[in-house]
Design a binder for this molecule. Sequence first.
Ligand code: TMP
Length: 225
Amino acid sequence: MSAGQRPGYFITLEGGEGTGKSTQARKLVSLFEARGRKAIATREPGGSPDAEILRDILLSGVVKSLGPFAEALLFSAARIDHLDKTIRPALAKGITVISDRFSDSTRVYQGIAGNLDQRKVAMLERAVLNGFLPDLTMILDLPPKIGLERAAARRSAVADGEAPDRFEAEELQFHRRVREAFRALADTEPRRCILINAEGSEEVVTQRLWAAIERRLLNDGGGLS
Ligand code: TMP
């Protein structure tokens, strides 16, 4: 990073299905850029060409029968490539990275909702991240019924409609556990994580997210304007 260049932040958006993370990631990039700070939006699983291939495999559901540990291993493999090819190079150039999902999704979906042994989840996280965690994790919180309806509406808007993916197809009970696990994460790691109410218009949710970024990271007191 050149002298005087401000650091890039690593920000993650987490939460259940249909909480608007990908839309919000793009909006936050625009807000950073409007303030003269370079930023990119990326996602997991995916975010690099090879990790996107693993995304297709994971969301197709073909790995489900191998169980949550095998799924966690593949999510981790995708994360290694995403970190190497996209996240670390951007941060090294002072670019802020906003990722739609990251390692907390493995903790929650495979670890808690999927009943994977917590020691295995922690061991994998240590092996892949070695202590590297986001500067800020914003958890978009929404009743799962509403989120699943939003996700279904998004799918039916696509030509021919799309079938629910591997995780969208899980029962409501699974998604309730996901929500509770994310809420518990916000309680147990309050320095890194913040719960954001995802109900309301896109604009209102963007304002909530940006206010949290200002408070936690930028601390310059400016508003959205
Ligand atoms: P999405 O990006 O459209 O939300 O889809 C990704 C799905 O993958 C979502 O249902 C959550 C799930 N997932 C995991 O189960 N574990 C993970 O580590 C990650 C990154 C995602």
